[in-house]
Design a protein around this ligand. Structure first.
Ligand SMILES: Nc1ncnc2c1ncn2[C@@H]1O[C@H](COP(=O)(O)OP(=O)(O)OP(=O)(O)O)[C@@H](O)[C@H]1O
Ligand SMILES: [Mg+2]
Length: 258
């Protein structure tokens, strides 16, 4: 049996993100109510970088994104965005002040609203409705698949188009960091490719920082620069995503044997 690995330390994690992380999570202890799910997790990612979290069901991957966004209870540790301590800011403040957006794991499209109305919901923090309309028009010009359906109810969209709409809606406030939970879940393979191309364009052409959770570990690690493995609320492994992809232990547990 292989010797147990050492847990990745903060120095290694920082090194993976370069010198100045745009998002820095230090020794986070967080959960829901009194229940502690994350037991001292750190995470660093630089501007324009992508990081993929993998791990078994219930490991706390979504909880880590929740905590970064402000949905979970934080017992200890800090979260810094662009150098600002946001640990105790509310989600809307994180979005407005620090440019953080979140695409939920569960489908979050409003089915009875039109595509355009769904986009406008992403601009709910904008003071002037005209600004939200302008942002929605800008998004439609980038994504013709949405522009073509802007007046239709979201319920008629395919699974892939819904995911596109969810991601596009998160772009309304022009966030610099996107948290994306399970973007490929429930999608047919052709749409999975489309979603990763979209994320790749956001990262590489538009300089967004992307932290994603992905059950499809192979796809997630192909896409991302950095990979973290979370097990039972603690980091078990971390490294360049390409290295994790070729690691036999990761292969055996998460990639169906390689
Ligand atoms: N809103 C909540 N309130 C209370 N407990 C929660 C809540 N959300 C998640 N949990 C619990 O926190 C633990 C971690 O769940 P989490 O959703 O973070 O795991 P995950 O790694 O994202 O799993 P999956 O791969 O199934 O999405 C689980 O035991 C879960 O039951
Ligand atoms: Mg989850």
């Amino acid at each position: 049996m292989a010797a147990p690995r050492e847990r990745p330390d903060a120095a290694l994690l920082r090194q993976l993100a370069g010198d100045s992380p745009v998002l820095a999570v230090d020794s986070l202890v967080a959960g829901y109510g009194a229940m502690e799910i994350l037991h001292g997790v750190s995470l660093y990612v630089a501007r324009g970088q992508s990081l993929c979290l993998i791990g078994p069901n219930g490991a706390g991957k979504s909880t880590l994104l929740h905590a970064v966004y402000g949905f979970a209870r934080i017992h200890a540790g800090t979260i810094r965005l662009n150098g600002e301590d946001v640990t105790h800011l509310r989600p809307a403040q994180r979005l407005r002040r620090a440019g953080l957006a979140y695409v939920l794991q569960d489908s979050s499209v409003f089915p009875d609203m039109t595509v355009e109305e769904n986009l406008l919901m992403g601009g709910y923090l904008m003071r002037r409705r005209a600004d939200a309309r302008e942002a929605a028009a800008g998004i439609c010009s980038q994504y013709p698949a949405l522009a073509r359906r802007r007046g239709q109810r979201a319920s008629v969209l395919s699974g892939g188009e819904r995911r596109l709409l969810e991601i596009a809606r998160a772009l309304m406030m022009e966030p610099s960091v996107l948290l994306v939970d399970e973007p490929s879940i429930g999608l047919e393979p052709r749409f999975v490719g489309m979603v990763f191309e979209l994320l790749s364009e956001l990262q590489h052409a538009r300089g967004k920082t992307i932290v994603l959770v992905e059950q499809n570990a192979r796809k997630g690690l192909e896409f991302a620069d950095i990979g973290y493995v979370l097990v039972a609320g603690e980091l078990a492994m971390a490294g360049p995503a390409a290295e994790l992809r070729s690691d036999p232990e990761v292969g055996r547990v998460f990639l169906g044997g390689i």
